[in-house]
Ligand binder design. Structure first.
Ligand code: GLU
Ligand code: ZN
Length: 298
């Protein structure tokens, strides 16, 4: 078993991160496996070396050790661009220069509950799909690159008993219990749509990078928060498109505040360092979270 913790160094780690790291770490240790660290710093504007140093110190204080030098996404752009080039040559990507506002304006009817990636892209730029000659060149870097969802599903899904196609992954433990989770092709089109695989400003995307990195690190079990459950079918689709194995997934419950709200991506008031400075021990913190998953007052 190989698990990982994959924080973004864009601010201090909070108690929700601590719980996630403990889950992934302890699961690997219990199985005699390996636990790896990955620094998700594709957002070069917001990622800072100071935060990276700080998060390593926080993890050490929590008693979490990783088994190999951390992987850093900022050092893996070549792999990301190679995968994008592959998908581009296969005619599965197209450039898009729409802004959020363009997309909102192009969506005529209000969408019920947007998908894991925000509103479903209305397809404005689909006519820009590259022709055969363009596909022989490298994909443009001055536009977002979107996946043609309908085409991407062809040949990647498995046929269910009802005759419809779907994407399966195996969930173990966690808030969703254990079993095979199927996402239908119809849901991929209606709830995900033409997802962005390379942001113009990043040169890649969370979805693409996470899939390539999990494969490169040999992750067998992805342990992460339930907030990423809905992103998982996107990752499974990319794994199938790129010929990569699909790990098993465990989406754990999220740490909440006293009002029951899950901690925000940034929650400096519940930063690990705040608890440390207030005199908490990692053991006491761990015991409190195990009781209720409600972040105590520092
Ligand atoms: N970097 C992501 C985050 O901090 C986690 C990615 C993942 O676990 O797949 O939310
Ligand atoms: Zn567009």
């Amino acid at each position: 078993m190989k698990t990982r913790f994959a924080p973004s160094p864009t601010g201090p780690l909070h108690l929700g991160h601590a719980w996630s790291a403990w889950m992934a770490h302890d699961m690997a240790r219990a199985a005699g496996g390996a636990f790896l660290l990955r620094i998700e710093d594709i957002d070069r504007q917001r990622s800072k070396l100071e935060w990276e140093d700080q998060l390593k110190r926080d993890l050490e204080w929590l008693g979490i050790e990783w088994d190999a030098p951390p992987m850093r996404q900022s050092e893996r752009m070549e792999s990301y661009r190679a995968a994008l080039g592959d998908l581009w040559r296969r005619g599965l990507l197209y450039p898009c220069t729409c802004t959020r506002r363009d997309i909102a304006a192009a969506i005529s009817a209000p969408q019920e509950g947007a998908g894991p990636d925000g509103p479903i892209y209305p397809g404005t730029c689909r006519h820009r799909r590259p022709d055969h000659a363009e596909r022989q060149m490298a994909p443009p870097e001055d536009a977002h690159l979107r996946l043609l969802m309908r085409e991407a599903l062809i040949g990647t899904t498995e046929t269910l008993r009802n005759g419809h196609g779907g994407l399966p992954f195996h969930e173990f433990g966690g808030v969703m219990g254990s079993g095979t989770i199927w996402t239908s092709e119809a849901d991929m089109e209606a709830k995900v749509g033409d997802v962005v695989l390379a942001r113009k400003d990043f040169g890649t995307s969370y979805h693409l990078s996470v899939v390539l990195d999990d494969a490169a690190q040999g992750i067998t079990h992805v342990v992460r928060g339930a907030d990423l459950f809905e992103a998982t079918p996107i990752h499974v689709l990319l794994q199938r498109l790129l010929g990569l194995p699909t790990p098993d997934y465990h989406h754990h419950a999220l740490v909440r505040d006293a009002a029951g709200k899950r901690l925000a991506k940034r929650d400096d008031a519940r930063a690990i360092s705040v608890y440390r400075e207030a005199g908490w021990t990692p053991e006491a913190l761990r015991a409190r979270l195990q009781e209720s998953l409600i972040a105590p007052e520092p």
